[in-house]
Structures are given as C-alpha cells and as structure tokens.
Design a protein around this ligand. Structure first.
Ligand SMILES: Nc1ncnc2c1ncn2[C@@H]1O[C@H](COP(=O)(O)OP(=O)(O)OP(=O)(O)O)[C@@H](O)[C@H]1O
Ligand SMILES: CCCC(=O)O
Length: 365
C-alpha cells in the first residue's frame, strides 16, 4: 500500500457497506463534501451467491457515484472502509493489508456486510495510484477485561462484537461535551439499531459489551438477544428446525420481527398508537431489557459513571428513549445522539493517521 506522508486537509473517501446498501461519503479533512447511500434492489442482490461475490458490482456502483459527483478517483488522497469480522483486535485505525483482505474474502471469522469495506477501499486505493487505505474500529474491537471473557462454561469464551465505530465516536463526542478526554471518562453507551449493543467504556476502553451478533444482550428489532439457555438447548434438539433456521431465528428474524412481523420501530409505534396491546407489551419489553443491560454496567464501572449515551436510529424515538431513561436516569446524565455518524467516524479515524496524530496499526494474527 502507498506510504502515508503528513497531510493538512486530505481528501478522504469513506465506504460503509450494509447488507442491502453502500454508504459513501467524500471528505476534505473532516468536512463532508458529499455523501450518497446507494440502495440496491433485492432482486439485483439475489443474483449473487453471497456478500463477497458483490465486490465488482458494488465497486462499479461506487465509481458511478464518484463520476456523478464530479470526483476523480486520482484526486482522493486516502480511502477508508468499515471493517468487518476479523480476529479480535484493539480499537484504532488499521492499514489494510493482504492478510486482512484474505480473511475478509474467505469470511474466516464469519459473514458480515462490512467485510466488503476493506476490500472495496483497497480496490479503489490501488486504482487511484496505490493510495493509503484503512479500516477504523471494526465490529471485532476487543478491549474486554479478563473477567468479562469468562463464561460459566469453559468451552465457551465471551467475545466482543458490537457497533464499535459508532460507540467509540459517540463516546468521544460526549467526552468532548463534558470538557474531558475520552480516556478520562467512565461511560455507558447504548447503540439502538437493527442490532443493539450496550458497552461499558472505562477510560477509553470498552471493558464489557454484549456480543450483538451472537445472542447476548437485549433483544432488538431483528435479534433475539440473551435467551434462557436450558430452554434454548431443548428447542435446538427438538427437531423443530435446522441449524440454519435456528441461526436465522436468533439473528435476522428474532426480536421485533419474531413477535410482530416487522423490524421497523416506527411501524410498531404506529400500531401502539392504534391500540395494539401486544405491540405495546413487546416494545416496552425491549426498552426494559435495554435499561436492565445499562444498569448491569453500573456495576462493571463500580458505580461511577460520568454519562449514559443513547444512540442509533431508535434514539430518534422520544417514546423509546423516555421508556429507557425513566429507569436509568438515576445513574448519570443522559446524552442522546440519534442515528449514527459512522461516515464521519471513518473519516476522522483516517485523518488521525494522515495528520500524524496517531500511527496506523498493523493487523497481524
Ligand atoms: N426516526 C426513527 N424513529 C424511530 N425508529 C427509527 C427511526 N429511524 C429508524 N428507526 C428504527 O431503527 C431501527 C434500525 O434501523 P437502521 O436503518 O438504523 O438499521 P441498521 O443500520 O441496520 O442498524 P444497525 O445500527 O444495527 O447497523 C429500525 O427498527 C428502524 O425502524
Ligand atoms: C454487531 C455490530 C454490527 C451489527 O449489528 O451488524
């Protein structure tokens, strides 16, 4: 990959692939010049056997978008992609390397749309003239404390898989609002999206967090969350469904989808407003589980918490946020940051390296 010389206001292209879309944003320094969300028709995606097979298709779509915005590939100084499922790693900005690309392509640690982030960023960087390319705070960021790794079943160690990019970015933002450095704060961050992750941030490290991809934590619009394990085991052996069906029931078709047939929190609120009692109970239960998980981390942080951050798209809902905050506002001041700004977080991660504030880390496992 190209060397990284110090730059004042580098032009950065950030790429964030989701399961049915790719978000692209172009920055000069940390100022966004344009952004686009490319949404793909489900019938078009069906032509591909999996996420990785969509590489060339998405690449061409990104180039089309660059042309439409009058941005030449060669004028981009650096490329940054959302990182996917890799070996567990500390937080930070990583230079994209061959090992990472190989593992993402092979889906060695699992299939996730963000596996394409590094692959797309690398392709574009090469074509632009071997420019620097990075991933930032991928979903496998692992800063768990030793105790948090231990489950009561020695064959199974707890893992850290969560919305690291947005959790870290919003934690930094709250710290700044408090006039402190992120590394000086004790925070609890709840990311409420299609998946839900709640993390305990102790002086800049996420020392405990629910594994949002693997049946831990609150249930979410699409995921089942923590389940009574004995009943789960019995269900798995009941012959009622195959392994693949079970995996889908836990991630993708769990949570609100399983109870109410929709993953859309806005639709659920509409039904509640129309008097749907079941929708109300399930939605209340999701908020109850989020609040309960936040309160668990009060103990992780020994009762000293500077702030609770509520973020992700469901944080746009005053109704849901109120249901959570009424149970946890006794703990610490609440910061509400609706949505996520993963694009800015990606650009800022690249920028910290390009301006010399941080050194790019090397992925080597
Ligand atoms: N304005 C809003 N008010 C309330 N809920 C919303 C709003 N916008 C989106 N949501 C809900 O947020 C949830 C997640 O939607 P989103 O599009 O953010 O998914 P995602 O990007 O796949 O999630 P993740 O953050 O886990 O990656 C959905 O249930 C959606 O209905
Ligand atoms: C687990 C972090 C990302 C996701 O929810 O898919």
């Amino acid at each position: 990959m190209g060397g990284t010389s110090l730059m004042i206001s580098p032009k950065i292209l950030a790429i964030n692939p989701g399961s049915t879309s790719t978000k692209i944003a172009f920055f000069e320094g940390d100022r966004e010049s344009w952004r686009e969300t490319q949404r793909y028709d489900i019938d078009v995606l069906k032509r591909f056997s999996g996420i990785i097979e969509q590489e060339n298709f998405r690449l061409e779509e990104i180039k089309r978008s660059l042309r439409a915005h009058g941005t030449k590939l060669e004028e981009v100084d650096a490329f940054v992609g959302r990182g996917g499922l890799l070996h567990p790693i500390p937080a930070g900005t990583y230079a994209i390397n061959d090992l990472m690309l190989e593992e993402m392509r092979a889906c060695k640690y699992g299939v996730h749309a963000s596996n394409l982030g590094a692959i797309l960023a690398h392709n574009l960087a090469k074509e632009a003239g071997d420019k620097p390319c990075f991933i930032v705070d991928p979903v496998v960021v692992d800063e768990l404390c030793d105790e948090a790794r231990i489950s009561g079943f020695p064959e199974i160690e707890r893992k850290s898989i969560f919305h690291a990019l947005n959790q870290k970015a919003t934690a930094r933002r709250a710290a700044e609002e408090m006039g402190k450095k992120y590394e000086e704060t004790r925070l609890i961050v709840a990311h409420l999206g299609g998946g839900i992750s709640v993390g305990a941030h102790l002086y800049g490290r996420v020392v405990d967090v629910n594994n949002a991809l693997d049946g831990e934590g609150p249930f979410s619009p699409e995921r089942a969350g923590t389940l009574p394990v004995g009943q789960l085991v019995n269900y798995c052996y009941s012959g009622k469904c195959t392994l693949e069906e079970m995996q889908k029931k836990l991630v993708g078709q769990g949570g609100l989808v399983a109870h109410l047939g929709t993953n859309d929190a806005r639709e659920v609120e509409k039904r509640i407003a129309e008097g749907d009692v079941k929708a109300e109970l399930v939605y209340n239960a999701m908020a109850y589980q989020v609040a309960k998980t936040i309160a668990e981390y009060l103990a992780v942080l020994s009762g000293q918490v500077d702030g609770i951050i509520i973020t992700g798209s469901i944080a746009y809902s005053n109704k849901f946020v109120d249901m959570v905050t009424k149970r946890v506002s006794f703990i610490a001041p609440i910061f509400i940051y609706p949505g996520e700004d993963e694009m800015l977080a990606l650009a800022q991660g690249a920028l910290r390296v390009l301006t010399g504030e941080e050194e790019a880390k090397t992925y080597a496992y």
